[in-house]
Ligand binder design. Structure first.
Ligand SMILES: Cc1ncc(COP(=O)(O)O)c(C=O)c1O
Length: 397
């Protein structure tokens, strides 16, 4: 760079490794190689038709103007109603702000709550963006390890052991990206009580709340708000309705937090897209069509999950627990690193891409260098082919 420099905040920022993995895969594919891309964190399904049509109708009827910065009142009501219906939570419009995806929701919550010098606890493995979002507020992430042997379950006991006593906030993601771990209802209560004892905020990211396997139920912190007020729940239409490109998410929290985020959004991004809001309103209020669309997609994810976990587990030296939710398998390859001559998960993923033509994301990006993340948001044939290539390559290497 000549004659100018980046701000300290941005210069210190680590670019998203999941995006980088996707870019490498696309570059190789563009050179003519048949790459099985299992690095992608987004549904491969189209947005359900009834939702897309609501978006088209919004354009055709001129709903193409600014909305209230916090989102249309009808949509905020529908989001509150979702939590009341599904979780028995007490929530109304004042508890909800609409954002441009869950990423912006978590980012804005962090901006509203954390300051220079604060410690914010993150269960590790964590979603790649959490540490950077915390750092961008001037606060420091305090990593709280979870263990593969315990299914990577987050616990209040781990917080007690690893988080500083002056922790200002805890970020919890369930179902978890990358491990698929789902927090149990009683453990969630213990975590909320741990936060309450310190006056810490719980930021609970439930972007994958509908992605649960083997009859599991989602425990939402939204239902615990009468127990403790300092809880911010973040969610999105992105994964549930395969709407990643529409950019539509939300925060559910106490009215004063929601108002503060509204003020922040009023000077930054303003409202989420009016067209996406209309589509999300349809998604959230046509409950029957949603049930049939989402159940259909879930059945497919369940089948892919089995193919992927069975296939990876059969590779000698690989440990691949069954994810309880979300759509990723987080597999421990570290027992093979020495034999394969790789120094860690980044080198492992580079080899998988270069030699087996399978794109994955290094566990290092999520705070666990022993593992590699495989997405099963790809069709059954590609999942089968990807796992076969990895197994063949490991056997021959
Ligand atoms: C845990 C988690 N939170 C938030 C997001 C971002 O979701 P959105 O696309 O709605 O911003 C993702 C996307 O991968 C995620 O994995």
């Amino acid at each position: 760079m000549s004659g100018w420099k980046l701000s300290r905040r941005i210069a210190a920022l680590a670019p998203s490794s999941t995006a980088a993995a996707g870019r490498k895969a696309k570059a190789l594919a563009a050179s003519g190689v048949d790459v099985v891309d299992l690095s992608i964190g987004e549904p491969d399904f189209p947005t359900p038709d009834f939702v897309s049509r609501a978006g088209v109708r919004a354009i055709e009827t001129g709903k193409t103007r600014y909305t209230d910065v916090s989102g249309e009142a009808t949509l905020r009501d529908a989001i509150a109603a979702k939590y009341a219906r599904e979780q028995g939570a007490k929530a109304s419009r004042e508890n909800v702000i609409v954002t441009a995806g869950a990423k912006q929701a978590v980012f804005n919550v962090c901006q509203a709550l954390f300051d220079e010098g604060d410690a914010v606890a993150l269960f590790s493995p964590y979603w790649v963006s959490f540490p950077e979002m915390v750092r961008l507020t001037g606060a420091a992430p305090a990593f709280v390890p979870t263990e593969i042997a315990d299914g990577w379950h987050p616990t209040a006991a781990a917080l007690e052991r690893h988080a500083p006593s002056a922790t200002r906030g805890v970020i919890l993601n369930s179902p978890n990206n990358p491990t698929g771990a789902v927090v149990a209802a009683d453990e969630l209560e213990r975590i909320v009580d741990w936060c309450a004892a310190r006056g810490a905020w719980l930021v609970y990211d439930e972007t994958y709340d509908r992605f649960l396997y083997e009859g599991r139920h989602h425990a939402s912190a939204a239902a615990l708000r009468p127990r403790y007020e300092r809880i911010a729940v973040t969610g999105a239409a992105s994964k549930t309705w395969a709407m990643t490109g529409w950019r539509l998410g939300w925060v559910l929290g106490p009215p004063d937090l929601v108002a503060a985020i509204g003020a922040y959004q009023s000077h930054t991004t303003s409202n989420a897209s009016s067209i996406s809001q209309a589509a999300a309103l349809e998604a959230l209020t046509d409950i029957e069509s949603t049930a049939s669309a989402v159940d259909g997609m879930l059945a497919r994810y369940e089948a892919r999950r089995r193919l992927m976990v069975d296939g990876l587990s059969r590779i000698r030296g690989v440990r691949c627990p069954s994810p309880e939710g979300a759509f990723y398998a987080f597999a421990d390859f570290s027992a093979l690193y020495e034999r394969l001559g790789v120094a860690g998960s980044a080198a492992m993923c580079d080899r998988l891409l270069a030699d087996a033509h399978v794109a994955t994301v290094p566990g290092d990006a999520f705070g666990d260098d022993a593992c590699v993340r495989f997405s099963f948001a790809a069709d059954e044939a590609r999942v089968t082919e990807g796992v076969r290539r990895v197994a063949d390559w490991v056997a021959k290497a």
